[in-house]
Structures are given as C-alpha cells and as structure tokens.
Design a protein around this ligand. Structure first.
Ligand code: DX5
Ligand code: ZN
Length: 218
C-alpha cells in the first residue's frame, strides 16, 4: 500500500483545532486524534465531545487513538459518532475481540495498539479481527519524544506476521516519526505514519506532510 500520513493534533493548537486540521486537509490522509484519560497514560487531552465537534470541521477522516483505561466502554461510541478508525490498546482492553467487533459493526476500521514493550506475537490470532496494528515507537502520553529504535525489529516482525496471514492489515507507527526516522520505519514495513511535532512544529505543516510522504515512498 502507498504510505499514508496521519498528522497528530496533539501537537496542534488546542484553541484552534479546526484551523490546524484544515492546514493539512490537502496533503494528509487522516487526522490522528490522541484521546488520553490520565489513567492509562499520565496525560489528559480530549474526549468524545471534542471529537464530535472536530468531525464537523474536518475534511479528512479521523483516526482516534484511545489511550484510556476503559476502551471497551468507549471505543464503540467513537465509531458510532463517525470516527473512521478507532484504535484500542491491547494493554487496556479487557474484551478486545468484542470491542474490535463492535468498532467494525459501527462502521469504522478497528485498530489494536501496543506499547513499546508489548510483544506482538501474542496477538497473531487477532489479526483477522483488525484493520490496523499500531506500534508505539515512544512510550504513550506525550508528543515530541525521541523515537525508540528498539521497536524497529518488532515492526519487521509484525509485517512478517501480517504478510504470513495474507491479511490487509495496515501497520501504523506512532511516536517520534520525523524526517530522521520515517525511512527506517518504512523500510521495516510500516505503511501508516503518525507525526505530531514533525508536522505541527514545522513552519509549513502541509509541506512537512508532503516531505514525509515522499521519504516514506522512496
Ligand atoms: C503519543 C501519541 C502520539 C503523539 C506523537 O502518546 O500517541 O500520537 O502525538 O507525537 P510526536 O510525533 O511528536 O512523537
Ligand atoms: Zn497517537
């Protein structure tokens, strides 16, 4: 699949979200929305009401990344209000199969996220239940952290597992993805790239997205 770029609004201006989303509308594929509850991660961002408001203002589909303690309770609602992709964390979900199926039943792509230290091998049998596997390349919670090279072998391994099952599962990397690291991620097999500070920290976010895409496509 051609690489897809998902700018993370965690690094945008929270007082001007609609404007910041519009700045990448012509260059990006998704808008990545980091939902944090100060329990699963030590940070608090936004929830369902803000996602609903953003849906009214975004030409791009929303990719909601739920870093919350109780995704089983909340994930289907994000899909029901109109998010096109909803990712739950393997470390948090108590009934991941039921929740992933509920996301799909509500018409969204179902994603499973894993933290840097969580192996993917245990989730091989769930690959048929998901549309995207999200591999965190920083510890979740904050933008602007340093990319963890230690995760790259897992990106390769995940790509092998997906290929081995011949499934159309997208492989997303999230955290520290930038001009310096995106080529390594693409070479290891990632095809969806979340970038927060590398996009919204740039003088021209749309141009930053185009550059990242070109690098991932090399
Ligand atoms: C971190 C979030 C990321 C974050 C990435 O927990 O899941 O989506 O916004 O930010 P950068 O690209 O700055 O590392
Ligand atoms: Zn994220």
């Amino acid at each position: 699949m051609a690489p897809q770029i998902a700018p993370s609004i965690l690094s945008a201006d929270f007082a001007h979200l609609a404007e910041d989303v519009a700045r990448v509308a012509d260059s990006a594929d998704w808008v990545h929305v980091d939902v944090m509850d100060n329990h699963f991660v030590p940070n608090l961002t936004l929830g369902l009401p803000v996602v609903q408001a953003l849906l009214e203002h975004s030409a791009l589909p929303l990719d909601c990344h739920l870093m919350i303690e109780d995704p089983d309770r909340w994930a289907p609602e994000y899909a029901e209000v109109g998010a096109k992709s909803v990712t739950i964390h393997a470390e948090a979900a108590k009934a991941p199969i039921r929740t992933l199926r509920a996301i799909r039943a509500a018409g969204a792509r179902a994603g499973l996220g894993v933290n840097p230290a969580t192996p993917v091998d245990g989730f091989e049998d769930l690959l048929g239940e998901i549309d995207m596997l999200l591999l965190m390349t920083v510890e979740p919670g904050f933008g602007g952290q340093k990319f963890l090279d230690v995760v790259l072998p897992k990106v390769r391994r995940a790509r092998e597992l997906i290929r081995g099952r011949d499934l159309p599962v997208w492989l997303q990397v999230d955290g520290g993805v930038s001009a310096e690291t995106i080529e390594r991620c693409a070479e290891a097999g990632a095809d969806v790239f979340v970038a927060g500070s590398a996009v919204y920290g740039a003088a021209d976010p749309a141009e930053a997205v185009r550059r990242l895409r070109a690098q991932a496509d090399e």
